[in-house]
Design a protein around this ligand. Structure first.
Ligand code: NDP
Length: 335
């Protein structure tokens, strides 16, 4: 089997040398375990945090350990009664061609939808959007929502759910192509290219023009320039679900020294700012699947996937995703 190991801890944005492709003997499942041949691997921004040894909400990857991640694949050997050879499953396989996974950590997939949907729109990112918007965004018809990384699996579903709830939706995305996708494919009312706006003030002006009544929900995916642009546009009693701060995953970007200003506007505007980690909410996942699977199957919800080829190309795809090289949910198809 082949796996991608963490070769060293990155400083700032990861580089290819932080990863190593390794060969290893095929593992054998023990009692209660299943051997999976991975066909598709999910690449997610949270993996950047796992490469550090700084304390966080989840354990770091060890040096020379296999990079953490969710995959889908076929069972090729099972020592658990719940799974048979040939079953299509998803679980935490890591960045590897094959993985032994405890049976209780696996879920069977039905063949009616593409298996990759279990990694994106119907997987962890989709569930994040659905849960966070309902519980922390608390959308009301007639309000305005803004979200960056708007064509990614989280942002694109946040936008579609908010639009369906009767909100005006403003996308912030990198580049003209992504803005067009945000409007045409994901139904945002407006889309703003953050790369075309030099500085937070220019971005703020562009967002303000598309949010004439101010912003009631800012879905925080990025931090950085977008946060700085949006903060003064927040309406009193607005909500900010803090989902991610990808602009800062590679280190400082010069916006951090404005903390007192940001903190004060939370007070003055009486904002509800909620950090949340989706791993605390898994008990709601069956209800999410029950509601969203038929909507995705019916084409009522759009999704977009960006599929890189070959396990050896996972590091490059991951690095590229962290700076916007992906268009849609980043997946790696294994040979
Ligand atoms: P995406 O597929 O959308 O990929 C990340 C995107 O972030 C890039 O494509 C890029 O889009 C955007 N981006 C990168 N750098 C910047 C920057 N400096 N300024 C603005 N945008 C930037 O990711 P996901 O949908 O999987 O995740 C979105 C966010 O949600 C991430 O922050 C992630 O960590 C977080 N998350 C949090 C969870 C939780 O439990 N709290 C669970 C899942 C995800 P563009 O080119 O459009 O700028």
């Amino acid at each position: 089997m082949r796996r991608i190991a963490l070769a060293r801890r990155p400083s700032g944005l990861p580089v290819p040398e932080d990863f190593a492709l390794k060969e290893a003997p095929m593992p054998a499942p023990g009692a209660g375990e299943v051997l999976v041949e991975v066909t598709h691997l999910s690449l997610d921004p949270y993996m950047r945090g796992r490469m550090d040894d700084a304390g966080s909400y989840a354990a770091s990857v060890d040096l020379d350990g296999t990079m953490v991640g969710q995959g889908v694949g076929r069972v090729i050997a099972s020592r658990d009664d719940a799974f048979d050879e040939g079953d299509l499953v998803t679980g935490m396989t890591g960045w590897a061609s094959h993985a032994v996974v405890p049976a209780q950590g696996l879920r069977k997939l039905d063949d009616r939808l593409p298996p990759t949907t279990a990694l994106g729109v119907l997987g962890m990112p989709g569930f994040t959007a659905w849960t966070g918007l309902r519980d922390f965004g608390r959308p009301k018809a007639g309000e305005t929502l803004a979200v960056a990384a708007a064509t990614g699996p989280v942002g694109s579903l946040v936008g579609q759910l908010a639009k369906a709830a009767g909100l005006r939706t403003v996308a912030i995305a990198g580049g003209a192509e992504k803005c067009q996708l945000a409007s045409e494919r994901f139904g945002f009312d407006a889309a703003i290219d953050h790369r075309a706006c030099v500085g937070a003030s220019a971005l703020r002006e562009a967002i303000a023009a598309e949010a004439p009544d101010g912003i009631d929900i800012y879905w925080e995916n990025t931090g950085g320039k977008v946060l700085e642009a949006v903060m003064p546009l927040m309406n009193t009693h607005g909500r900010i679900p803090i989902c991610g701060t990808i602009a800062w995953y590679g280190g400082a970007d010069g916006t951090e020294d404005r903390l007192p200003k940001v903190w004060r506007s939370i007070l003055v505007k009486r904002l509800s700012v909620n950090g949340f980690i989706i791993f605390d909410h898994w008990d709601g996942y069956p209800a999410f699947l029950e509601e969203m699977t038929p909507r995705v199957a019916a084409g009522d919800i759009s999704f977009l996937e960006d599929v890189a080829q070959g396990l050896e190309n996972a590091p490059a795809a991951f690095i590229s995703m962290l700076t916007g090289g992906n268009t849609g949910k980043q997946i790696v198809q294994l040979a």
